[in-house]
Design a binder for this molecule. Structure first.
Ligand SMILES: [Mg+2]
Length: 430
């Protein structure tokens, strides 16, 4: 057995949303609670169940009347994404201190990759098993110290990601399981279902079943080329899984500055001076902004509207600047709806527009928060993870897009606030 160079650690909160609510409100502790979403749709189902509720048979995505039939004393709690984001932030800060190879898998799940050699430096115990144990215990303690005593995580340790996650799922809550070598890995794989491994969903399982493959033992007997023929490149992954091999690296999550606003602006090819025409542009921009917010699963409450007037000779002579521009911010209830964004923007526009022709108009939404996380829990586990990961990816990959908007809108040097009579509306110059 070759020496293990890197250890993979999977850390997963136990019943995250529900435990965070119990941490915040001690009266909910030890009781069956169901977290529901904030909007009309998700308020009718259980978004997340506490450990106590799960023990009574309450499941995620169960309709509330059904859940109450099974568990009449179930306490329903409205989900609160601020709390979850705050705990998530502290959680990531703790884990960052162990390694910079950290992959954020979902709001409550993280992979760490730690070199064996570093491990021996930081934890002086003699054998690797007890050094890993020290590390895991350390993480568990710090989560409770910095997040709260009611919170707990389950930890899985192994020599690759797939097995670390599997190990973490084997004992919950507050679990700590290590799969320390390939022999133990194969022993465990041969006792579990195909879809117990993350990466084999129900559809792949069904296709494997159709090929007469029901266990990892069966899977090991299939030649690689057959798997490649049926599953293309994923055939290699399945071939490896059956042998306890997973070469996927930890994909570090580089913390970028949080996305502060999502916006669009449009420079119109001609000067526009009729309200009806401007309205069309603004409506289109608002819909684009709303779509992007929804794609990122965000909603915001500050709507900024700004425009630049067409070139005006008199203004130029007077001020030396070519274009006159103005903007206004207003506050609405959290939204990612195109019509609501448009309505707020249009109202601002009517307040500041003095009928001059315009050349550019822009609208953005800031003061963002994640849209009801309970909605995410309604999707099945894998899909939910995909959604969250994709959201993070989008934020990271597309950050560049926002810099221009932010430059125009948020650089304080360029932004002169002017007091006005509207309570929440603020005018600014661009
Ligand atoms: Mg969890």
């Amino acid at each position: 057995m070759k020496e293990i160079k890197n250890w993979y650690i999977h850390i997963d909160f136990d019943s995250f949303f529900a435990t965070v609510e119990q941490q915040a409100n001690p009266r909910l502790r030890g009781k069956p609670i169901g977290v529901t979403g904030g909007d009309r749709l998700t308020r009718t189902v259980i978004g997340a169940a506490s450990i106590e509720a799960k023990a009574r048979g309450v499941k995620t995505a169960m309709r509330i009347p059904e859940a109450l039939k099974i568990c009449p004393d179930l306490i329903l709690v409205r989900g609160d994404s601020y709390k979850y984001m705050e705990i998530n932030k502290r959680f990531l800060n703790i884990l960052k201190s162990y390694t910079d190879k950290m992959e954020v898998f979902s709001i409550d799940e993280v992979f760490l990759e730690i070199e064996s050699s570093r491990l021996s430096l930081e934890f002086s115990a003699i054998d690797p098993d007890s050094r890993l144990l020290t590390l895991a215990t350390d993480i568990k303690e710090r989560v409770q110290q910095e997040g709260g005593e009611w919170l707990s995580v389950s930890i899985g340790i192994s020599y690759n990601k797939m097995l670390a996650k599997l190990a973490g799922s084997m004992y919950k809550p507050n679990g700590l399981v290590g799969i320390m070598d390939q022999d133990s890995a194969i022993q465990i794989l041969d006792q579990i279902e195909l879809d117990d491994v993350c990466g084999i969903g129900l559809r792949i399982k069904a296709r494997l079943n159709n090929m007469g493959i029901y266990t990892f033992k069966d899977l090991r007997e299939v030649p690689l080329q057959n798997l490649l023929a049926s599953f293309k490149s994923y055939g290699q992954v399945l071939y490896n899984f059956a042998r306890g091999i997973d070469e996927r690296p930890v994909v570090p999550y580089f913390e970028k500055e949080e996305v502060k606003s999502v916006g669009h602006r449009h420079t119109i090819s001609k000067d526009v001076s009729t309200a009806a025409e401007i309205k069309q542009y603004l409506l289109k921009l608002s819909e684009m902004v709303a779509r992007r917010l929804r794609a990122k699963n965000l909603e915001g409450k500050t709507i900024s509207l700004w425009y630049r007037a067409a070139f005006n000779q008199a203004y130029f002579q007077e001020t030396g600047s070519k274009f006159y521009g103005e903007g206004m911010q207003s506050t609405v209830l959290y939204t990612n709806d195109g019509m609501e964004i448009f309505n707020a923007g249009w109202k601002s526009f009517r307040k500041i527009w003095t009928d001059e022709p315009i050349r550019m108009i822009g609208i953005s939404v800031s003061n963002l928060k994640p849209a009801t996380p309970a909605t995410l829990s309604l999707l099945d586990d894998v899909k939910r993870r995909e959604v969250i990961t994709r959201a993070l990816d989008n934020i990271n990959n597309r950050y560049g897009e926002f810099t221009l908007q932010r430059g125009v809108l948020l650089t304080s040097a360029k932004l002169k606030r002017m007091p006005n009579s509207f309570m929440s509306d603020r005018r600014f110059r661009i």
